[in-house]
Each structure stands twice: as C-alpha cells, then as structure tokens.
Design a protein around this ligand. Sequence first.
Ligand code: DQQ
Length: 582
Amino acid sequence: FSNSSSNGSGGRCSLCPQSPEVSFCPLSPEVSPCSQSPEVPYIVSTTYRTAYHFQPPRNWINDISGLMYYKGIYHNFYQYNPHCALWCWGDIAWGHSVSTDLVNWIQLEPVIEPDNPSDIDGCWTGSATILSGGQPVILYTGVSRDNCQVQNLLFPKNPSDPYLREWTKAGNNPVIQPVVPGLNRSCFRDPTTGWIGPDGLWRIAVGAQLYSYNAALLYKSEDFLSWTRVDHPLYSHNLSNMWECPDFFAVLPGNNSGLDMSVSIPRGAKHALKMSVGYFDKYLIGVYDLKRDAFVPDTIVDDCRLWLRIDYGDFYASKSFFDSKKGRRIIWGWSQEADCRSDDVAKGWAGIHTIPRTIWLDSDGKQLLQWPVDEIESLRTNEINHQGLELNKGDMFEINGVDTFQADVEIYFELTSINAAEPFDPSWLLDPEKHCCEAGASVHGGIGPFGLVILASNNMDEHTVVHFRVYKSQQKYMILMCSDLRRSSIRPSPYTPAYGGFFELDLAKERKISLRTLIDRSAVESFGGGGRVCITSRVYPAVLADVGRAHMYAFNNGSATVRVPQLSAWTMRNAHVNVENG
Ligand code: DQQ
C-alpha cells in the first residue's frame, strides 16, 4: 500500500474541509436553493446507487424522522425533498416507506409537506410514539417564518390502516413553542419518542441551545396534546455544538433484548442519551434518576471529543425504536453522499439510510454494541468459506467467488501473540481520524495493521482499507479500527478521509477480533470487535464505473503473524427498496 494518493486529496485527514457544503448545525436559510438538474450521465445514475440500502427512487433524503412497528408493518418516516436531490430551505417534507422485514420497502406518498404557518419553511425531524391505547402519534419540528422552530403534532387519519397512509396535522399546532428564557428559537428541534415516567405522565426531550448550553430540554404531558416544560433539562452541556436529534432509551447490561420506553423500565436498567453533534452521533451511558427526573451519566467527561460514537464514519441523525415484533431495540442513521452536489444533482438522488442495527449494552455497562438486523442475511447468496489461514507480515489473501461490489464479509482475526503490541497514547482518542492517517495500512506495526482491502483496482490505484491495530495501555489493550478512504477513488471530487475509532478488548481472555463489512456499491458499513466500533463510509471508485470488477483481500502488515480461523463471505442480492411502479 501507499499512503500517497494520486488524486491530490491523499494525506488530507481533516474531517470537514471537503465535506458537502451544506451545514446542518445550525441550519440556516442561506442554504442554496435547488438548481436545474443537468442531463443525467448513465454512469452516475446507476453505478453508485446502493442495491440493498434504504433510499427513495429519487431526490434527497436525510434524517430518519420516525420509526415504528404498527399492526405488522415497519414504518420509516424521513426527511425528504420531493422536488430535487438537494436539501433546500423550505422544501423539506416527510417521506414514508413501509416494510414487513426491514429489508424490502415500499414508498408511500409523503405524509406531510410544509403548508401551514407552523411548518411553512420545513417539516423537520421528529419521532413517532405509540400511546398506551395503541394509537400512534408523531411530534415533529416545524419551521415557521424567520426560522422559528416549534413542535407540532400529527395523527393518523385512519388508525385501522396498518400502512398509516394519511396523517392530519393537529388543529392546535404548534403544541410547543420556543418561549423559554435564554432559548435560541432557531435551535429548538427534533423531539424524541415519548416515554412514561413513574408518575404516569409522558415525557419527551427536545434538542436546544439555551444560553451557552446545549441541552435536551424535558417536557411533560398527560395526554400528549398539551405540554409543560420541566424546569431543568434532561441533560445539558456547555462545551459542544447544538444537540440535534436526541434519542433517549433504556438498556440492560449484557442483554440484547430491547426495552419499551412506554412501559415501566426494569430495575438494573441503564439509559443511553444520544445526540447528533457536529458531524457525529455521540452518546453517554448513565442512569435516569427518577427523583430528579434527569439523566446522570456514569462518568462526566467534559471534552465531548472523547464521548463514544454510535458510528465513527459518515453517519448522522440516527434514531432508535423498540421493535415489539422481536423484542429488540433497533437503531439506524442517515449517511450522506460524499461526492459533490453537482454529482448528486446528476445522479438525481442523495442520501441513504444505513442497514438497521440491533443495539444493546455490553456486559461491562460502558458501551453500546450494534449488529445488522438478522433479516439482512436473507439477501446472502454464493457463500464462500476459508478456515485456518495464516497471514504473515506483508501477506495479502485474495477473496474470490463473491460479487465484490455487493458483499457481506465476516472475518475472525486471531492474534498469535500479544507481546508485540505497541504502547498506546491516550491523546489519540481526541482525534482517531488523524491517527488513522498517521498509522495507515502501509505503516508496519507490532500487531497490525491487519484487515480487509476492498474495492481494489488491478494495480491498487484505488482501494479502501478497513483495518485494526492493537496497542497496549497499562493493564488493558486498545484496538484501533480504521476505514481509510484516502485511496478509495481516483476521481478528485469525493471526500476521502480516514475514519477511525478505538475500543477496549480483554485480549488476555479473548484473542480474536472480528470484522464484518457490508459492501453495497457506494456504501461500506463495518462492524469491529462484535459491534464495538462501527464505521459507515461512502466511496465512489472509478473501478466500479469503468471495469465493473474489483478485488478484495484479507491482509496483515504487522510484524506478528495473525491467524484467520474463519472467513465467510456472501454476495448480497438486490433488495426491493422503494422500487417505482412501472
Ligand atoms: N436535519 C433536520 C433537522 C435536524 C437536522 C432538518 C439534522 O430537524 O436537526 O432536515 O440532520
């Protein structure tokens, strides 16, 4: 491998400079309007479109805005621009798709569009809640004139329709206004799903900027119609950007069953507070102190760069829901395009949702684990297996027999010795992307780098690397996982950072590190260490457009030999995702 890139963007590791120009925090009316779509080149319109990730047939999507399982049907409501492939001020409506298996989706009509003084400049993110009698409701942020953000209520017109095709805006909208002293009324949005407190009242949290604090403001209601603000936030912090899309849910340590927030939560449960902040979805684990009606993190970490992330890559505005069909909690997020906006206009679409993931708390009670929902395995075909491989320093083992553009790959790496682990520097935790740039796949280490090279052209001009490195830190081992996109495309325009995250592993007990990578044309989702670190990446290799064939390898570039006791890979079939009729 080489870290230097022929496209002029290699070695560039800062996260933001080339990210798409639209800034989502805080959103401002200056975001440029839709431009006329140029002629759509064939290549751009089909090559990078995902085959089994969620996306509408055309146009722009962003946040997951409401999720629920209702009368046998999964519902995904999302931020959607019905008019074009860009996020445009004033256009954002709620798209709606339904599924019976979380894999195949049917797109229905948008459920709401901006047409009312309380949402005339946009129907922004919100959440669905199923009330005690089984009635679904939605609370969403409406943007009224002058970017004043309010919270509005929505009811299904016909609750006996399992598809919930039509919704009515409540007559008394907005039900919550930004009237709190010190509240920035343009930073007051994204209400959570409701939960029930010990007093039987409903609660929701809303992301907000209050004086110099960023907060999840807490509101209470008896009937979900009229809301009173609790005089303190659920939680707040003064050293971060605005918290968008907060999510609050209960989890049981070491138990992957989900908990329903609209019934009482069992003893021993912990709570997770997730917020979308800057470019990442971060979370804190703690307890919900019922007396104070507040979230109390287990550890106070002032520097929000050190907060754990749901995903360390291109993943934002995630939302979770309790799946009553299978008794699990599922989370998924939005992954935006990393090419330029003119390419999005040319493609006619922009944005995907990640594969839905089951989410639960590790048995140590410190970190969330995620794994793609089992249903996605129904798309697997052409299984190939290898056992007992040994990868010495410099080895690359080619994985043949599957479609390398649409694949699911699971590998276990077994460390033959842990003595060669290099020392860990805690300052790396502040900027794992920078460390992934410095310690790329071509930089030999003690244990690692080892991992997977995907979407590689014949001469390796283009390739994406997902890899691990093992470090020793006092009594424990820290594993670095990177998804390095710096050589992912010879095209100059895509944003190609090296994403990364760290996780702890007790290597004295367990010598195996697992990696699962789902490749879906322009989307790559990787799950390291059984879902301890997840990284979603968007890639636009020319090899995909020009040659239609790419290579995939398992590799090791560390001095210690790494065994591969099990490697399995499958081709992934296309799912029926919002296919247009006719
Ligand atoms: N996207 C929505 C907002 C939210 C932001 C607007 C996060 O409600 O804060 O489309 O991506």
